[in-house]
Every structure is written in structure tokens, then in C-alpha cells.
Write a protein that binds this ligand. Structure first.
Ligand SMILES: NC(=O)c1ccc[n+]([C@@H]2O[C@H](COP(=O)([O-])OP(=O)(O)OC[C@H]3O[C@@H](n4cnc5c(N)ncnc54)[C@H](OP(=O)(O)O)[C@@H]3O)[C@@H](O)[C@H]2O)c1
Length: 296
């Protein structure tokens, strides 16, 4: 397949990230066939020029690239199973969901069985970078896909970091787990800094103002402290997805034999926030875990 032959991308999963990535592809002039389990969530993409399909198999039929952006490994396997009648040998499978290490061998085996060229390609960045085509793509997959994938990666990302040729090795997913361990730790730190400020009778915004511009500062921390102080939990990355990633991180640590007590505490706190009914809110709602409902 040549670069100029990448005309059509099937996007399976049009949640927060998948919808933004589909719009970025369309802006770049790439044909998008969109499918989502809950069809109503894919339908708005038709107004941006996507062909919305009710059947995953119809979405992938004839597409050069199948892009999956679903919640977890189970969802990816279910969607690809549903898409099977439309798959064809030689298609590139750009698997961008964060699935962790455990499902990778099964996904690689599925790809091999159907002659798909699998790229393990988790992304860093959230709703706005997905909408703006500014994601950081962490990719591992065969050399031969790099050229045909270039227009797709350019459309969805600001940068692609190629980390090897074997998707099943999990190198890209390993790095994604490391990146998210920092993201979740910073969000939790922001939640606790706000909680401590409020408990000590300090305006919570004094903390980010105090460290602004210092080596301890970070734009992400500034953003999360502000959101929590203002009780703005509009989801960029939902607490439910963050709880899933926290579990994947603790599992990876356990499997590798490294104790990660902070990751375990973060996972427990996010699980509590989800159990308290905050799963659809932004992960910053970890602040609300175990708090009375008037805290929201
Ligand atoms: N949001 C972020 O900031 C961010 C950043 C980087 C990576 N990610 C990762 O990207 C993936 C998607 O995240 P998101 O924020 O876009 O989540 P989201 O808005 O919750 O979307 C999840 C998607 O998965 C689908 N899904 C869930 N279970 C399914 C199943 N059993 N079968 C078929 N489809 C299923 C949902 O379909 P329905 O609409 O039918 O429920 C929806 O399309 C996750 O792996 C997440 O960890 C997210």
C-alpha cells in the first residue's frame, strides 16, 4: 500500500477521543467511516462529513486503516469481532485505545489470523488535542505501515514516537502506562492540595499562584487545581477510564514485581469515586471520592 492510497479510515469507537480523532481525519481530507456501539454517539459525525455505519463490518469493509478507540481490551475485542465479516487481509489496524498489557497477545493473534497489520498505538493527550489533531502517538508496529499511515498519524497527532516493530511486545503500551501513572498522580495530588487548602482555610487558588513559573509548576497541575477548586468536572478523561488505567498500572507493576503503593492508593480512590456515582465526570472528580454529595 502506498501513502497516496490511504483514503479511508474506519473509526470504531466515537467517544470523547474517537469523535475528536474522526473530525481531525476529516479535516485532513481523509474519508471516515464511523461506527459506535451506541449509534446516537456516532451520528453527529455525519454533519462533519463522516459516513456513519450501523454495522462495524460495513464500517471496516474496504477501509485502508481500521482505527480502534474504545474503552478497554474487552471492548476492542468485541468491536473487532463484530467487524470480522468486513475485514480484509493487508488492512492496517491502528489500535489507539489504552488496553494495558494483558490483552495484547490476544489482539496480536486476532490480527495475525485475519492478516491485519497491527500497530499498538496508545495516545497521550485528551479531548482538545484529539479535536485539534495534536495528540502524541506512541507506536509499535511493522516498518511497512509507516509510510501509508503517515497521513493518518499527521492528521490525529502532533508527533508520533515509533518504539519498535512488534506491536505484541507492548513497548508502546508500557510507555503509555508510565505516562498515565504521572497523569493520575498529578491529578490526585491536585485533588488533595485543594482538599488540604480548603480544610486549612486557605484559598485553593493560592497554591497554583504560589508555584506559578517555579520548577515545581506544571500547566497540567494548574489546570486540574483550577477545575477542582471551581468544581468543574466536565469530562476530558472520565473517572471511569482513569480508574481503569489505574488498575492497568497497578497490574503491570505487580506483574513486573515492583511495589507501587501510590498507584494502588490512586486506584482505590478512583474506584471509590466511580462507586460514588462520579464515573462519567472528569478524573478530577477523584476529589469527590468519599465526600458528601454537596461537595460537588
Ligand atoms: N479521554 C482521554 O483523555 C484519553 C486520553 C488518552 C487515551 N484515552 C483512552 O482512549 C480510550 C477511549 O477513551 P474515551 O475518553 O474516548 O472514552 P469514552 O468517551 O468513554 O468512549 C468509550 C468508547 O468505548 C465504547 N465501548 C465501551 N464498551 C464497549 C463494548 N463492550 N463494545 C463496544 N464498544 C464499547 C463506547 O461505546 P458506547 O458509546 O456505546 O458506550 C465508546 O465508544 C480509552 O482506552 C481511554 O483510556 C483517553
Amino acid at each position: 500500500m502506498n501513502a497516496d492510497k490511504t483514503r479511508a479510515v474506519a473509526v470504531l469507537g466515537t467517544g470523547i477521543m474517537g469523535a475528536g480523532m474522526a473530525r481531525s481525519l476529516l479535516r485532513a481530507g481523509i474519508e471516515v467511516r464511523a461506527w459506535n456501539r451506541t449509534a446516537a454517539r456516532a451520528e453527529p459525525l455525519a454533519a462533519s462529513g463522516a459516513r456513519v455505519e450501523a454495522d462495524a463490518a460495513d464500517a471496516v469493509r474496504g477501509a485502508d486503516v481500521v482505527l480502534t478507540m474504545l474503552s478497554d481490551g474487552r471492548a476492542v475485542a468485541a468491536a473487532m469481532q463484530a467487524a470480522t465479516p468486513g475485514l480484509s487481509e493487508g488492512q492496517i489496524w491502528l489500535q489507539t485505545s489504552t488496553v494495558g498489557l494483558e490483552p495484547l497477545p490476544g489482539l496480536a493473534e486476532f490480527a495475525a489470523r485475519h492478516g491485519l497489520l497491527l500497530v499498538d498505538a496508545p495516545v497521550s493527550g485528551t479531548r482538545q488535542p484529539a479535536e485539534n489533531g495534536q495528540l502524541m502517538v506512541l507506536a509499535a508496529g511493522p516498518q511497512q505501515v509507516r509510510e501509508p499511515l503517515a497521513p493518518v498519524l499527521d492528521a490525529i497527532g502532533a508527533k508520533t514516537l515509533w518504539l519498535g516493530e512488534d506491536a505484541a511486545s507492548g513497548t508502546a503500551t508500557r510507555l503509555k502506562l508510565v505516562v498515565n501513572s504521572w497523569v493520575l498522580a498529578t491529578t490526585t495530588a491536585a485533588a488533595e492540595a485543594v482538599a488540604l487548602s480548603e480544610a486549612l482555610g486557605i484559598d485553593p487558588m493560592l497554591f497554583p499562584r504560589t508555584i506559578a513559573g517555579a520548577v515545581t509548576d506544571s500547566p497540567f497541575l494548574q489546570m486540574k487545581v483550577k477545575a477542582i477548586a471551581e468544581r468543574n468536572f466536565e469530562p476530558n478523561f472520565s473517572a471511569e477510564m482513569a480508574a481503569k488505567d489505574a488498575r492497568l498500572i497497578t497490574l503491570a507493576g505487580e506483574d513486573a514485581g515492583v511495589p507501587l503503593p501510590m498507584a494502588a492508593a490512586i486506584a482505590e480512590r478512583l474506584a471509590r469515586a466511580v462507586a460514588d456515582g462520579h464515573g462519567d465526570k472528569d478524573m478530577a472528580a477523584t476529589y469527590l471520592a468519599g465526600r458528601p454529595s454537596d461537595a460537588a
